[in-house]
Design a protein around this ligand. Sequence first.
Ligand code: HEM
Length: 526
Amino acid sequence: MADYRLHTIFYILTSLLSLAVLHWTVHKVLLSISRSKFKKANNCQPIPKYPNKDPIFGYDYWHALNKAAESRTLLSWLREQYRLYGNTYYARLQTANVISTCDPENLKAMHSTKFKDFAIDSRRKFAFLPLLGAHSVLLANGAAWEHKRAMLKPSFSRSQYTNLPLFERHVGHLIEAVRVENTKKGQVDLAEFFLCLTVDITSELMYGTSIELLTNGNKDLVRDMTQSAEGGHARWLLVFLANIIGNSTFSKSVSKVRNFMKRFVDEAISYRQHSESRSISAKPTARNFEGQQGTEPLDVKGRVIYLQQLSLGTRDRKAILDELTTILFAGRDTTAALLTNLFFVLAHRSDIYDKLRAEISVLDGERPTFEQLKGFNYLQSCLNEALRLYPVIPINTRMAVVDTTLPVGGGPKGQSPIFVSAGTNIAFHVTALHRRKDLWGEDAEDFLPERWEKIQGQGAWMYQPFGGGPRNCPGQHLSLAEAAYTVLRIVQEFSMITGRDSEPWTELIALTCTNANGAKVTLTEA
Ligand code: HEM
């Protein structure tokens, strides 16, 4: 009897297993047939491959990538891979299929023409979720992302980035603090001050209240923010290994930063309560977080304050915390990195510094208007060139959400479309794109602001510091105005800059990328 029962169970189990195997095989065969047809219809050609020694786990590619990251040579290592395998190639990395590209046509497709076929990938989510939170616009996809983007829009209006008196207040604090340090120590690392400046400006614009790091000197917050951003990048490199290895410095910093931010969540909640108890100056907006009709709050100067905007869209404290933390990091690390990289160059190029001084001398020491600021072409070219040679976000990623194609990278010349199966990760490398000699000329490696006199429309897809398409950077105008104003005022106040660092520019990749050794200089009073 027992033998009969065992026999029946065995029979049922093997039948189920055979059915599952059959189903899987049929599915695979049908998928392969339909993909072959799809590839043929789209004229897809094979893509060059990185010679993975470990084609299953892709451990060798990951090991090489990590080694380069540890020695702070990841950006040049990536460029070397493009030289070896072409501008678009495939590799296996930690069990994932990855297509790397530095081709403008592929970026255009991902960001714009085929925007819906690509989404934010799980690697980015894993890396930055502890810091930015699940509600972060930087980690969202689909309809949730659309809502968040609509919420952000009014806070990036022209009135925000043309508010030069607001910039002046904070840049004035920066100049004072830099002057004190420069006099006391005979030199100053501008990088630390830029990180405070961008927090002060971003918080005033987005929260309505400045954190005032330049005047209250909350060094702990500066350190915790930096450690959080760097820890996020380490998680991006390690992925699941990060959970095994652990990083207590990262966890502590994240928790301190998010705790600090809770005061602004309280402010948002009390703003909401206040606005519910009396009628505030408000007009309807597109949609809020909960998908309902929202309101667009205006502060006394007629600006839209993001914190207030968020508070009217949701009662969820965690959602407000995630969004406020995200916007502070997005506004801090980026513009600070741009300024640090540019001043690193200026410290070693007195010819460029002198040319900047000559250009702005028409102001005769007075403050510029916004139109004058935008009209200083050489100043604008220096910013463009700093973002070209040292893009603040040099590595970015997406994931294909459906079977799709990218326009180039296939065939012997790399000019035919390539097939991209759903789930494939795409890594795009902006430094490699911005330094391609076939696009930028033989002097692509040189810092040459003059090249921008000839470039129309910022070079479209071959110049990608701010991303492109619907998901491009909403802070672009703000950061360029903020950076231009800061450079102009420093150049007005100091007649000469001398570099105090003989090291070459060295990558420090966290949320963004900046010079690892900062911008150590001595400034001479004008
Ligand atoms: C030099 C300065 C800056 C650079 C180079 C820069 C670059 C970028 C890039 C490349 C993206 C697209 C990311 C992607 O496609 O995955 C982005 C997105 C974003 N940036 Fe910026 N950014 C800068 C300044 C700012 C500032 C000052 C703010 C706000 C105060 C800001 C807020 C954002 C936000 C909220 C997003 C997410 C947009 C979305 O996902 O829809 N950025 N930025």
